[in-house]
Design a protein around this ligand. Structure first.
Ligand code: ARG
Length: 458
């Protein structure tokens, strides 16, 4: 509520001028109160004025508070109180708060200014790795990314959403290899539940059996080289995953659509050129058979230079190669002048290295903005990454359904006479809205604890 804050600043400033004359005409140093006990806001100007006017801060605080109470704007406050050395604590009346919220919603720009020079902005978000059910870790990128798209669009930018699905990485090697070994009925209907089980089985084999792990790695290379047997199975896996993902997106009411999907595999045919051009730009280094970039200033835990792996020694391309190819595509074919990545803070080094490489290869104009919009992890009550009781990852759909169920209970209790269908509809809006609100109201870069009580506190 930026506007009410500005309004209060003006009122306090006027009161200070009434109380002290010209000398009171200063920044009222208004801050949100740390504790609701002390009201909504605290004005700290008495302390700084005391110095310049050579008076006691407490006295000055009282004088300003008196003038504010007697002024017309005084009616907006339920409490005006001087505390400690001279803090002026302010609490708005309910009516004043309601009025300001109403004003905010009457403005259909919601306070977002129109941009003088709109841009073409690519927003890369959600972007889950496929062949796995979406889990709680996918929530933040999806919600924050969607909010960013809406704000930029309102400001006048042309926003191009990109869902950079992980459909091409090493996990597919082990999945395909495991599928080929076991019986997977190509013609049967498979559900995401089957995929989850498949993933777990393949993963435990991968971790336990080095020969299987080797075959899996070769399988990725075969897939990336266009091997037909691999491709047939791979398409089935992808189709099922995407079906599941769209279902979750619908529940979240995201803007993301099928047309926004541009998965890692899309860039496959462009990866060789990335390697060739990096070499030509003299940014690429051969390191133990792999092709890597050493971006300045990046070190691993041992203090050695940290490589960005573009092509592995077995010929397979890494995550970074795809990101480099994607930027070239976005800049040249989508004509983006700004690219925003809404991705977990743990990938900060990856993006910094990718951005460094792009700049040093001269692949993006100096004016093109590349931004990593990082966010923190969602934690459980034990302050560790949010997991199920048995230690597994929390399924995203399960969280959304539980939010809806919990909201339904509250709604049914309060409005037993409402028709059931309406109760359901409201419950979805309130429940999912609460999940989104809990996320967006937390400081983006920090971790936060997932707490049903706080989330559904109406
Ligand atoms: N699929 C990745 C992951 O789950 C996120 C992709 C983010 N976007 C990108 N262009 N790298 O970690």
């Amino acid at each position: 509520m930026a506007d009410i804050k500005r309004q209060i600043e003006t009122w306090v400033r006027q009161a200070a001028v009434t109380a002290l004359g010209e000398g009171g005409d200063t920044d009222p140093l208004l801050r949100p109160s740390k504790d609701p006990k002390f009201g909504d806001y605290q004005a700290n100007l008495a302390m700084s004025l005391a110095k310049t006017l050579g008076k006691k801060p407490r006295e000055i605080g009282e004088q300003i508070a008196d003038c504010l109470r007697q002024s017309e704007s005084g009616a907006a406050f339920e409490m005006i109180e001087v505390a400690g050395p001279g803090f002026i604590n302010l609490k708005l009346t309910r009516e004043a708060l309601n009025r300001s919220v109403r004003e905010m919603f009457d403005d259909d720009r919601l306070g977002v200014p129109e941009k003088a020079s709109p841009e073409i902005v690519v927003v890369d978000y959600s972007s889950p790795n496929l062949a796995k059910e979406m889990h709680i870790g996918h929530l933040r990128s999806s919600i924050i990314g969607d909010a960013i798209c809406r704000v930029l669009t309102l400001g006048g930018d042309m926003v191009i959403r990109q869902n950079h699905l992980g459909d091409w990485g090493t996990q597919f090697g082990m999945l395909l290899e495991h599928l080929i070994d076991t019986v997977w009925d190509k013609d049967a209907e498979h559900s995401i539940g089957d995929l989850n089980a498949l993933y777990q089985d393949a993963k435990s084999r991968f971790d336990a059996d080095p020969a299987f792990a080797d075959r899996s790695r070769r399988r990725v290379v075969a897939l990336q080289a266009g091997d037909e047997q691999s491709l047939v199975l791979w398409r089935q896996l992808i189709a099922e995953s995407v079906r599941h993902m769209s279902h979750v997106y619908q529940k979240l009411e995201l803007l993301l659509e099928a047309g926004d999907i541009r998965p890692e595999s899309f860039y496959n045919s462009r990866l060789t050129a990335v390697v060739d051009d990096l070499r030509a730009a003299a940014v690429l280094v051969e390191d133990q058979g792999a092709r890597v970039v050493f971006a300045e200033g990046f070190k691993n835990k041992e203090g050695d230079p940290l490589p960005l792996i573009v092509q592995k020694s077995d010929g397979g391309f890494g995550y970074a190669a795809t990101d480099l190819a994607a930027v070239r595509f976005r800049v040249s074919e989508l004509a983006a002048t700004r690219i925003v990545y809404v991705v977990d803070a743990r990938q900060a080094d990856h993006f910094a290295q990718v951005f460094w490489t792009l700049r040093h290869a001269g692949w993006v104009a100096p004016t093109t903005q590349l931004e990593h919009v990082a966010f923190g992890t969602i934690l459980g009550e034990d302050k560790r990454p949010f997991r199920t009781r048995s230690g597994g990852t929390v399924r995203l759909e399960e969280v959304l359904d539980e939010a809806t169920e919990r909201a339904l209970k509250i709604i049914a209790d309060k409005n037993p006479d409402l028709p059931a269908a309406e109760q359901r509809e409201l419950a979805a809006a309130v429940g999912i809205g609460a999940v989104k609100y809990a996320d967006l109201s937390s400081e983006r870069i920090k971790d936060y604890v997932f707490d049903w009580q706080r989330m559904l506190a109406l």
